[in-house]
Design a protein around this ligand. Sequence first.
Ligand SMILES: Nc1ncnc2c1ncn2[C@@H]1O[C@H](COP(=O)(O)OP(=O)(O)OP(=O)(O)O)[C@@H](O)[C@H]1O
Length: 227
Amino acid sequence: MAETILELRDASIFQKENLVLSDVNLRVEKGEFVYLIGKTGSGKSSFMKTLYGDIPLTDGNGRVVDFDLRTLKEKDIPFLRRKLGIVFQDFKLLPDRTVHANFEFVLKATGWKDISEINHQIDIVLDKVDMKTKGFKFPHELSGGEQQRVAIARALLNDPELILADEPTGNLDPQTSVEVMKLLRDINANGRTILMATHDYALLLKFPSKTLKCDGGKIFEVVQKSV
Ligand SMILES: Nc1ncnc2c1ncn2[C@@H]1O[C@H](COP(=O)(O)OP(=O)(O)OP(=O)(O)O)[C@@H](O)[C@H]1O
């Protein structure tokens, strides 16, 4: 039987006291690649933030990997985030240090101690995104597409069960977007589950997959023809 990675039951998603999405019922199985689409302001980011513990789930039930979102405590959030890889539109690399130092920072913050193991893990993830020779560079010395590949490699550092990508191609040109998308599809083909919020309908058509839509305060699955 398929293993459920993410499940929400009768959940409501809030921004402060404002209800953004209600009656959220969905399940994502291990190995799926799922798009999350919807107009600006429809609640995609709020939904993602609820999944990684940035917005508390106060109404309904939710599980992400092994964590119950409803009973999640502040102290559990770092442990939840270790099981997730999060990729943002604006990369969020620390600008004052090299790619290698960015990764070292993440690994040390998540409990890694042995420096040779740290270096080995950094080599492995940079190799996966074809950036092994660029670890010494500062983020501003890389192109947007390279920065996003690095940010995806960073998301892989702790071998996550689920990758949450919030508009990962939002700042990239169409050709670079396709390259980043191919990389995410490869990572998915290797067994990682991916949930990707996007506005980019061209990518959806080029790489069809299960699609959820936020609209009118609800989330529902759409068949690609009606996207
Ligand atoms: N920090 C905040 N405080 C209060 N309301 C917020 C906050 N962030 C977003 N909202 C509101 O919550 C609703 C959903 O916003 P959200 O950012 O989740 O949408 P989105 O679909 O991700 O949009 P976009 O595609 O523009 O990123 C909007 O009405 C927005 O104004």
